[in-house]
Structures are given as structure tokens and as C-alpha cells.
Design a protein. Sequence first.
Lengths: 782, 271
Amino acid sequence: MGGVEVDLVDIKVMSDKALKEFLRKNAISLTVYEARKVVELIGRNPTITELYIFNTQWSEHSSYKSSRSVLKALLPTEAPNVILGPVEDSGIVELGYINGERYGIVVSHESHNHPSQVVPYEGAATGVGGIIRDVLCMGAKVIATADPLRFGNPFGKNKNKVKYIANEVINGIAGYGDAVGIPNICGDVYFNDSFDENCLVNVVCLGIVKEKDIIHSYAPKNAEGYDIVIVGKATDNSGFGGAAFASLILDEKDRESNRGAVQVPDPFLKNVLIRASYAVFEEARKKGIVLGFKDMGAGGIMCSTSELCSDGDYGADISLDKVNASMKDLPPYIIACSETQERFTWISPPEFTKTILKIYNEDFELPQISLGAGAFVIGKVAKSQDYILRHNGRIVCNAPIKVVTQGIKYESQKKTPKRKFKEPNLKEPKDYNGVLLEILKHPNVASKAKAYKHYDTSVMGNAIIESGYADAGVMKAVNGSSFGVALKTDCNPRYCRIDPYWGAVNAVAESMRNVAAVGAIPSAITDCLNYGNPEKPEAFYDFYEGVRGIADAAKHIYLKGTAYPVPVISGNVSFYNESASGKAIDPSPIIACIGVLKDYSKAITMKIKKEGTTLFLVGGRKEELGGSVYYDINNEIGAVVPIIDFEKERNMIYAIIDAINAGLLLSCHDISDGGLATTISEMILGGDAGGEIGAEINLDFTNLRADKAIFSETSGFVFEVEDKNIQRLNDLFRFYKLNLIKLGKTTREKNLVVNKQNKKLINLPISRLKEEWTKGFVEALE
Amino acid sequence: MPKTPNIAVIYFPGNNCEEESLKAVLATGMDGKIVRWNERRGIEKYDGFIIPGGWGYEDRIRAGVIMAKDPVFDIIKKEAENGKLVLGVCNGAQALVECGMIPGLKNKVEMALAPNKNPLISGYYCTWIYVKSTEEKNRCAFTKFTEKDEVIPMPIAHGEGRYVTKDKELLKKLIKNKQIIFRYSPKDGKIEENFPTNPNGAMYNIAAICSKKGNVMAIMPHPERASFIRQLPDSVELKNKFIGNIRAMEDPAPAMRVFKSMKSYIEEEIL
């Protein structure tokens, strides 16, 4: 075993009790078992630096120690359109061929839940910053971000804290994304009590790269003797222990001491770093140089450099004295493991290193832009499989590199929890107008304009459909080509509370419906799995069921045109989302679906476009109101969540995509939160709530009681068709063995009218719909 | 052969609209290049300059202030005095006001772009609005193809876009000098001064001001994000008309006239 030149921590002689005390005193989250495992794996007592390294690497956040085997066993990650599965910083799915060259969409999806609960502005901002680095470091042009958010009850007992966190998170996303200049193209927001003490802040980022230009997160072939170059902000002590912190349960009384684990965002420096990195990409491509490039996220320099070298089957020899630190006398383990933001690592052949240094340090003047920032050579890629860190000229870490990077694994136990849900027995409402308005005002349904209008949704000039206008955001993908990319995130927490399996299935299906509703083909999904404490068998059961649900949905709603699943290409697991009192959040497998449009000009929005057209429904109504908004406003949750019939769901999605691409639909909206009546109301209003065309529909197509018909959240789509296209539409839906239901007409009268057996159940002016729909979310945040 | 107008889009550290600005320039048939703030040597060769949006120098102290102090601005100022074109969009507009080029009556800072006043969202606000062309075409180098009273859709994306001044006479002078080029307006052109028509509380609904000579313009909304049909939202009928027509999607949208006008002006007055 490799020798070191500093003191060792004599774990071997310590009793379990003494060891436990030692770990606690030094803020090391390793268990006694894990600390002894370190001794076993490296063949001697570790240095304190090595102990901190394993503390980071074996955190749940970095090692996926509880989740890995489940993910690997269940999730489908292969399909013909996968360019890179979930193995590096981002996954890559095929966009298509342009002038004979294959292009990929780079996708990353992560959580920044705990930092956002403790310091919401910075937590959310650094979440955006980190996800952009993950995509950029694949050699991609970054084109869009998205933010699924979950907050506590804004009207409940913790309302002040909840509102504060929600507003600060939104400000943090805006503050970072707006300044760095990447458009935010979609997201979703849900509120409920289960997130009172543990909000969820997920972030998604998209990029575009030619397949041949991908830069991998590992040292290339023949890299022995290559330089290890770090670039970006000067290293400080911020975020030290961040990965370990992400794997703790939050206790309000530790709030102050946890703050130090949160990183400090610098979107200004990132803005310059992105452009300088594009310039490096361009030079390297011109000269045909193959590089390794990786984000510095969890675990800082240590994690980034060790994984880059280990994944190329090399070791590393690094001098921490060469790191541009902005604080004096930082101990080696802090330099190595701090999570200072806005940094990357390059693996570069020595002859190209000077080009990298020139671009960052001279052309883009990083040292002048941010104190101590710049690009610096800190070490070499080594042939021997050891990970060596030197500090003050002495070796402070010398461990087999695969031991550092391979992590640790646990087989967690799962146990079916005892949960009782039952259906309420609600009387049919007398005032349907009042019920619909209350649903439209519900913060989970109401317009989220107050959030997304705080984000830059049009920067870069490539947005085709911006946030809010349609079920998914759409971007033009590549200059000079007609390809478009659609993106949407989904997961209804109340469905998952009732049934973690069907909740996850619904999350996948809804995200696919949303992408299909603009005309895009669902081409890949990513999952960010937000759950409670995996050491509790009930929580682990929820996790397992969620993953099973995602896998089943992805496998049964095939990639259009193939019999392959829609592949899962990237993701993240966030455990320990529970309050100090031990209450877990609603299981939240948040799904992002990436859609491809061959011709972005065909993409349509949800707003009704013309008077006198016909509104159709596909997806008959069923009594599936468990977890619905209708039950929520009645203070019920119910038991029967929407069940997805995979074959029918697949056919609906395909039929909608075909209909839109054939130009048969004027507008389209999927049915989800709030049910059919909400869907039609939102189509009347449109994303800008400026719609002026009404609609009159009839419920005689169903035998369900009217409230169940219009408020059940069974999956489906509503769409607008001109008379001349109805015949072709009929043929298309017959081909897919789907029943096309005629709902009614769009009208010159500025009202929503819903009839059943010649009785007007709902008759509301558009102005009333608008008033409630635009008010609900604003009131939740005020 | 006549020379092609050549535009420098200046990237200050922190700007983020340089690419789409260049795209709009190139689509008119002009030449152009993104030039870094520290590549100022020789930029006199360009016929016009665009200062794009973003957060130049992190908007330290106040939006646009540090950019206005960058040595590159001394050159741009001089070139503008010689009649070359300068278009400042959003953060670029803030810098033009902070360096005194806009409105440019007293060779000092006469106005400010104050934090938005907006009942829905305080701070940064991004949405589609309409601006109305206030003066006859040919009044300035940026509206040669825009009729007086024409209404054009563009997005705004800023936190400090409220034109204000302490000088009580200034607004009158600007109106008299015909320097107010665009005002926030509803679609029908019947201007009212309250939210949401006026998205940031700017005095007199001012969205863009030009210099007295008309060769410099500071505009808060983003014409470069509204220059192609594909960029428009579904609230603009023009977009809906061309759904499914990929070629039309790349055709110019009304705001492209700002850049087309620059081209025509340079060809006629500078080259």
C-alpha cells in the first residue's frame, strides 16, 4: 500500500465507542463500520485527509449506496437512440442527423433540496449552476434549463416559512439563470404539507452536441503524463461536506451549523467561464485534440480528479499547493473536498495546456474578473493506479484510485407500509361554477406566471414555445436546421402518497403526454428520485415501487417507431427528505421527458385559436379521483388514483403526435391536475391568460356523475380541430383503435359553458376564469 | 462592389445576448462579429456597434455603470460623435444612459434606469409586450422601415428598465426633440400608462430613446428576440398563421426592421 508522509488516525486501536466519538467530533458522517472498512480497503490506518475523502465518497449523495442495485436491476437505459446512458455527468439522446452528422441532446437532472431548505436563495442558485456545468462538460452548447419545485402548504401552520422559502427559491433560480443567460423553458410547482420542512428543488438542463464532438468525463487513451488543469473560481472552504450534508436529515436547530455546507453562487463568473470553455472546445476540435473534462460538484477537486483518472484506468499525482486558494492556510482536506462553485477539471496533453491557460487567463481574463480565479495546472495523470495528493510538499493521501472512486453498497430492506386510504362519499355539488373557480384558484392548478416571468424565458433567441404557453417548452435545437427539442417535468405528489407505484407511472405518462401535446416524440426520460430515509424499510419500499413504476411505464410506452422502451438516460437519487420529526415527504420520482420534433414549425400551444372549431376528447372519463384537486378542495385525498392502460396510453400519445405533425390540430392540452374542466378552461385562457374565444361542451358522452366526469384526472387529451380536418382525424384515430369523443365547439361568446342533458352545469365568463386562475399562485406566495 | 455594413457586437464580461444580436445582424445581410471587451484595438473599422443585453460586469454598483467606464466605451463614444451607429439593448441601453450618450443633451448622465415598478413581480421581469413607434420614419437610424404609430411585439427581460429623471424639463425636451422612439403600448395602440401595458413604470411609457442626431438608440425591450417569426408567442397572430411552415418561421418578424434600418442607414449615410 502507498505510503504517506503525515500522521495517521489510529483507527485500529480505537474502541467502537472511541471511534464513534472521534468521527462525531470531526464532523465525519461515516459509521464505525465504514471507518473500519476504510482501514481494510487501503491496508493501513488512514490520514485525516483520506478519512474526509471517504466521508464524501461514501455519502449516499455520491455513492448511491442504497439505490444503486435497484436502479441497475430495474431501469431500462438502452435504446437505439441512446448516445450515452447514465454513466457520466449527463446522458445523451439522439436529436437526429443534420448534413450527415449525428447530433445529441445532452440532459442532466439533479436535486438541490437540502441546501434550498437551509439557505433557499443560494441553494436554488447553485443547483442551477451545478446542472449547467454537468451539461457543459460534455462539450455541449447549453440551451435550456427547467425547474420542478415542491413547497409546503402556503396556507398551513408553517405558512410563513413556506412562503419565504418558495419566494427565495424562485429568486435564486432567477438570479442565477437570468444572469448566466440560459433560458428557463418549463417547470412545475406543487404545494402540500409533506414539504413543509423539506422543500424539493430539482433542476434540469439541456445541451446540444455533435456525437463526434462529445468530451468525456474520463482521461482519454494514452493520457499518461497529461496535465490535470483546474479552472474557475478560487478555492475556499465553502460547501465543505456538501455531499455528506445532502445525505443528512434536516433538523431546524442545526440550521446555522449546516449553512456552511451550502455553496456560494457566482453566475457572473460562470457566464464568462461558459464562453471561455466554448472557445477551448473550438480550439481542441480544430486541432483534433482529445481531452477529458468534468464538472467540480460534490466532493470538489478530489471527486472530479479521481473520477476523471480512475475512469480512464489511470492514477493521479496532484499537488494541492498549486491550487488557487482564496483563503490562507486551508488544511489539505478542505482544499481537496470543498465544493466551491464555478470550477471544472481538464485532462489535457501538455502541448495543449498552454492553449487552455491562454484562453481562460488571457483571452477571457479570469484572474481580473474574479479575485484568484483562473486556470492552473495542479498535477499529472499517472500510470500507477494510485490517487496521490501532496500538501506542503508531503503526501497526505495515497490510496488505490479505484478504492477511492468505487464507493460502497448496501442492500436496504423494504417493507410494505400499512396505509389506509378510502374513497370519500361526496354529494354532487349544486354550484358547479363555484367548484370550478375554486379548482382554478388552487395553487397547484393556477397560472405559475409569477414564477416563470421572473425567469429569462427568451434569452438566446431560440425559444419556439416559452414557459406556460403549452404543455411543454420547445426550443429550436441547431442553427440552420428544423429540429426542435421539447421538455417537461412532472410528478403529482398526492398520487404517490396514495400509491408510490401508480404515482410514478403517472409521472412518466404525464411527462410524455405533455411532450406529445406540442407534437414532439418522447425520446428519453430522466428521473430525480426524491424520497425519505432509505434506512427505514417503509421509505425504501416507496423508493423501490417508484423505480418499478418508472421502469414499467418506460418499457410499455415504447419509443415511437420501435419496440424499445423510452430510455432513462440520466437521473439522481435524493434520500433523507424528511423533517426532524421523522415525517417523510410524499414520494417524488420527478420525471423530465425530452421530446424531439423533426420540424419545430409544427409545434402547437394549448390556447384555442379559432371560433367555430370542434373540441375533441381522447381518453374516456373514469372514476379516478384519488389525489385529485377536486378531493383536495373537499379536504379529502381518496384512494383510487388514475390507472394507466399502457397500450391505450401509448396509442393516444402516438395519435396526438401524428395528428399534430399532419397539421390536423390547432391546439392541444393534456388532462391532468383539475381534470377535464380545468383543461378546457386553460385552453380558453392560453398561457398569457389573454384568450378571447369561448367554448361550449356537452357531457352526454359519459354516464358518470357530472362532477366525476369533469374533475376526475384520468389521462387524456383535449384538442381543437377545424371541420375540414375531422375526416382525416377520424381515420387516424381509428388506425390507433381509439375512440374520438366530440365534446363541443369553440364560440364567439366569451364564456365556458358545460351542458349535461340540456342543463347548463357551468356558465362562466372568460374574465372570471382568468381572475381565479391568475390569482391562486400569487396568493400562495404573498 | 459596394461595401457591406459591418457591425461589432461587443461582449462585456457578463453580457448574454451577444449571439442572438449577431444572428439578427447577419440575417439582414450585414457582416458582423462578436468582439470581446478586451479586443478593442482596431474596432474603429466597424460601421456600427451593438451593446447587447445581460449583466455586464455583474451590474456592480448599478446596471451598466461599470460597462460605461470600460475603455472600449471611449472609442465607441468617439465613433458615435463621428456619426457611426450605436444600438444599446437592455443592459446595453443602461450603459448608454450611464455614459451620457443617451439622451446626450448635456454630455453627462441625465437619466437613470431605475428598478421596475410592477405589482406582480418585483425585480427581474420577462414577458412579451408591445411598443408603439412614436415618430415619423427616418427620424432615427433604427426606424427607417417603421411607420409612425405602428405597434410591434417584443419581449422585455430586465429588473431595472424604468426610465426616470430628476430633470423636470427633460421629458418635454425629449418629446420636442422627437427623441422618444418607442413607447409601451397595448396591441391596439391606445396607450395607457398603467400595468400591464407599462411593464416597469417607465415615465411616459418610454421603451427607447435616441440621441439628438438619431444615430444612437437605447432600447429596453429586445428586438433581437423578436426578429424571426418563430420567436413570437401564440398571442401574436402572425405566428399562428405560419404554424407548419418551416420556411416562413425563419422569415423576419416586425422587430427585425430595427436591424434592417441600421443596414440601410449605413449604406446610405456612412459608406
